[in-house]
Design a protein around this ligand. Structure first.
Ligand SMILES: [Fe+2]
Length: 345
């Protein structure tokens, strides 16, 4: 079966018919069958928030926000708490705790534990405000849950060779998601800005850059060196997210190739929010009773159905019983068309 599929995939007609027909069919299946409950909640949310403003991505998987007062306000409040003393403390504790034999992310420090409970509540409120939820749900076409709330700083590496998420990759955990990267302090070319593919025809789940024929290193599965990636994606089809505090990038990191965090000189401060659906491969590891990023949020205390979904919508017995999340990832990889090397002129 796999051999037949590989043969069929070599024909151009397969490429076009597959991308056009199968993708549309699968999108419908994903929304109405796999995410049935989230689809119903999406309609409920939509009808109750018809007049609320949001950022309309128009089905495109990236969108830049600048000069938004809510975004600037939360960035300002976070920055206010990140004093020099706190940053130094975080860096020193990171150096003591860090074990390079177990953890390859020696360039990213989680700052969530260094902020007050009050600020964490403000970040959670910002994450679940109507504007952000509507932006994510109008892109996904189902109501997502808040899968990640991460405040972190990237620090310059002693060894300047890019690794892990500094290499080109997609977050290979599902079919569709939407993340907000919010700059807390200025992001420029010296503090590891996020680079991403900006050509929408390349940002398809069923279209992939072929793997390099090299030995895989831990944490670098499905990641591509800069040299390898350049053979398939032209530089003019990529862009860089640089900006001021409060500027944001909405990006579907499951579909858009990206790399970031390779600071050469200075530190980068970022808030990352991730809106996902229960068919991603990491949803099973989340707590069913207390919200992972704010333990004071308990499922038993939430009465509103939408709010319950924002914090605990990761669970789907239908998906867990069939091990659907992992099987679907396998399917996406199996049927995906490999992007061809472009010819140098
Ligand atoms: Fe990533």
């Amino acid at each position: 079966m796999i051999k037949i599929l590989k043969k069929i995939k070599q024909y151009r007609i397969y490429k076009y018919s597959f991308l056009l027909v199968f993708s549309s069919f699968y999108e419908f299946f994903w929304q109405y069958i796999i995410n049935f409950k989230s689809k119903i909640l999406y309609f409920y949310f939509k009808t109750t928030n018809l007049k609320q403003n949001y950022f309309n991505l128009s089905n495109k998987p990236t969108f830049i926000v600048s000069d938004d007062s809510d975004y600037k306000k939360i960035a300002f409040e976070i920055n206010n708490e990140l004093t020099t003393e706190k940053i130094e403390k975080a860096k020193n504790e990171f150096k003591l705790k860090f074990d390079s034999s177990k953890d390859i992310k020696d360039y990213s420090i989680n700052l969530t534990n260094y902020i007050s409970d009050d600020l964490m509540k403000k970040i959670i409120n910002f994450s679940t405000n109507v504007k952000n939820i509507k932006t994510a749900s109008e892109y996904l076409k189902v109501l997502p849950y808040l899968a990640k709330v991460k405040l972190y700083m990237n620090i310059p590496l002693k060894n300047k060779t890019p690794k892990a998420s500094m290499l080109w990759h997609r977050d290979d955990f599902g079919y569709k998601s939407l993340d907000l990267f919010l700059a807390i302090r200025k992001v420029d070319n010296l503090n590891g800005p996020l680079h991403y593919v900006n050509k929408n025809s390349l940002n398809k789940i069923f279209l992939q850059v072929p793997d390099e024929k090299k030995e895989k290193i831990i944490g670098e599965r499905n990641k591509h060196s800069l040299e390898h990636f350049d053979k398939f994606i032209k530089k003019e089809n990529t862009t860089t997210f640089v900006g001021n505090p409060g500027d944001g990038l909405w990006i579907d990191s499951f579909r858009v190739y990206h790399r970031g965090g390779h600071c050469t000189e200075n530190e980068r401060y970022m808030l990352r929010l991730s809106y996902q659906t229960s068919d991603n491969t990491r949803s099973n590891s989340l707590d069913d009773n207390c919200y992972y990023y704010d333990k004071s949020i308990k499922k038993v205390n939430i009465k509103k159905i939408l709010e319950k979904h924002y914090f605990f919508g990761h669970k789907s017995s239908f998906i867990s019983k069939l091990n659907l999340a992992n099987n679907l990832i396998f399917l996406y990889r199996l049927v995906a068309i490999k992007i061809r090397k472009f010819k140098l002129s």
